[in-house]
Design a protein around this ligand. Structure first.
Ligand code: NDP
Ligand code: HSE
Length: 459
């Protein structure tokens, strides 16, 4: 080394802070801000540079936010995203979140989002923009709250073939069904409690009607099968029609009702669905209580894997957001980029009625000789094979007597028709065959009511 060469600097200049913009300061955003403000040294050490919170976009800057300095708040999100290295989007909804994320990417920022609704509807546009700009778009918090599931499916299983993903991915509905089963609460009261606990979406319809779980199923299916699956391609049924009677009946017959998300790869393509299902009480999913989530992943080489943890709530979700933020900061400091979207397989996405599963049909029929044979005949005609039939306690319902040709002098005493309640469990059948069977049963003379039709999973 020449004598005049400068000696190597033993203490290289500290990296400049990375500017973080936070979009949203609600249930999740408040917790993200709190950690950024309370643990700067830990985060700097883990990321490799200080993470400086430069602004927080909200709608109403006058609302006090627990532990958040008001001077950080702004209602000018559009300008905030242009002066950040890292943008965290936890405002939710499609717009203005979509435009703000695209603007952030265009200005060279990496983005962390928890917005599953946006990803399941507009994912490809956002991923293409991020890939073109060479920045990260990370979304661990978008699926199953605190549970690391995006990274395992996207990265840890990148060398395997995932065949099925099945789980409870919505904390609100799991909490609601649990409260209905254990506390006897009605659906509306349980939803209100879930809102108060910060589990529900801004509009809890998204949870109750299965949109939130369908968005997560679309994201998981896209990652697992390297195929773009949008929320519109997920067969969806929520828990709105579930009654305390359904929950109680499930309990008595050895099941627990759960809202499940299922994504499968079959010989024909990829199928994704969300619906309530009866799960046997000894199945691991039956033990998932409150707002917890659990996801099973089946892969050809790895075999079955299970992921479990808190699926909703501000603090648990902030853990996943901050994990992504530290990773994005590290990538930025080394000039690297996280995984790109992988949709190379482009498998066909199958229609909802192609799904094959078992069903439990509860119905009330006239308690007459030969009715069971008639009902069984309808199932056989539609190629639906019966596993078990149970006749439960007989009920009694009043029915109108045939009107007499002459007006009766005195009112006839009301006659009653003996009814029987049948519970039919089928072997696996196609959704389309079951739907046709139920329609035919509904038109059958002795059938008084189809009380419920529920899928059975995990047997
Ligand atoms: P909140 O409704 O509690 O918070 C939303 C925040 O975004 C509020 O601070 C709101 O401002 C702000 N905001 C909304 N729209 C705008 C706008 N147009 N301009 C500026 N600010 C806006 O939602 P959450 O924190 O519960 O959820 C945020 C995101 O995280 C959603 O995408 C959700 O799906 C996702 N998520 C939520 C989880 C949870 O358990 N809550 C779990 C996992 C993901 P202001 O306060 O002024 O109204
Ligand atoms: N509303 C969502 C849920 C938040 O209840 O699961 C977590 O994504």
């Amino acid at each position: 080394m020449p004598a005049h060469a400068p000696a190597p600097d033993p203490s290289p200049a500290a990296p400049r802070p990375l500017r973080v913009a936070l979009l949203g300061c609600g249930v999740v955003g408040t917790q993200v801000a709190r950690v950024l403000l309370e643990h700067p040294d830990d985060l700097a050490a883990r990321a490799g540079a200080p993470l400086e919170l430069v602004g927080i976009a909200v709608r109403d800057t006058t609302t006090p936010r627990d532990g958040v300095p008001p001077e950080l708040l702004t209602d000018d999100a559009a300008s905030l995203v242009t002066r950040a290295d890292l943008v965290v989007e936890v405002m939710g909804g499609i717009e203005p979140a979509r435009t703000l994320i695209l603007s952030a990417i265009e200005h060279g920022a990496s983005v962390v989002t928890a917005n599953k609704a946006l990803l399941a509807e507009q994912g490809p546009v956002l991923f293409e923009a991020a890939d073109a700009a060479g920045v990260d778009l990370s979304f661990e918090a978008a699926v199953a709250g605190a549970i690391p599931i995006v990274r395992p499916v996207r990265e840890s299983l990148a060398g395997d073939h995932v065949t099925r993903v099945l789980g409870i991915v919505n904390g609100t509905t799991n909490y609601v069904l649990d409260e209905m089963a254990t506390q006897g609460l009605g659906l509306d009261k349980a939803v209100q409690q879930a809102q108060e606990l910060g589990y529900a979406e801004a509009d809890p319809t998204a949870d109750v009607d299965g949109f939130d779980a369908a968005a997560k199923a679309a994201i998981l299916a896209s990652l697992a099968f390297h195929t773009r699956v949008s929320i519109d391609q997920v067969a969806r049924e929520g828990i709105r029609s579930i009654t305390t009677d359904d929950v109680e009946w499930a309990r008595r017959s050895g099941y627990v009702l759960k809202l499940l998300a299922i994504a499968e790869r079959t010989a024909e393509g990829v199928a994704a669905r969300v619906h309530p299902a009866l799960v046997p009480t000894d199945h691991p999913l039956a033990a998932v209580r409150g707002a917890f989530n659990a996801v099973f992943v089946e892969a050809e080489a790895a075999g079955p894997l299970m992921f479990y943890g808190q699926g909703a709530g501000g603090r648990p979700t902030s853990s996943a957001v901050l994990g992504d933020l530290v990773s994005a900061a590290r990538d930025r400091l080394v000039g690297g980029k996280g995984p790109r979207e992988s949709a190379y397989a482009s498998l066909p996405v199958l229609a909802a009625d192609a799904a094959v599963t078992r069903y439990q049909v509860r119905l009330e029929v006239a308690d007459r000789t030969g009715v069971l044979a008639q009902v069984a005949g309808v199932l056989a005609d539609h190629g639906v094979s019966i596993d078990t039939v149970r006749q439960s306690e007989a009920l009694t319902a009043s029915f109108e007597a045939e009107p007499a040709s002459e007006p009766a002098a005195e009112a006839e005493p009301e006659e009653t028709e003996p009814l029987a309640r049948l519970v039919i469990t089928t072997h696996a059948a196609r959704e389309a065959s079951l739907a046709a069977t139920v329609a035919a049963l509904d038109g059958l003379d002795p059938v008084r009511q189809i009380t419920s039709v529920l899928r059975v999973e995990g047997v």
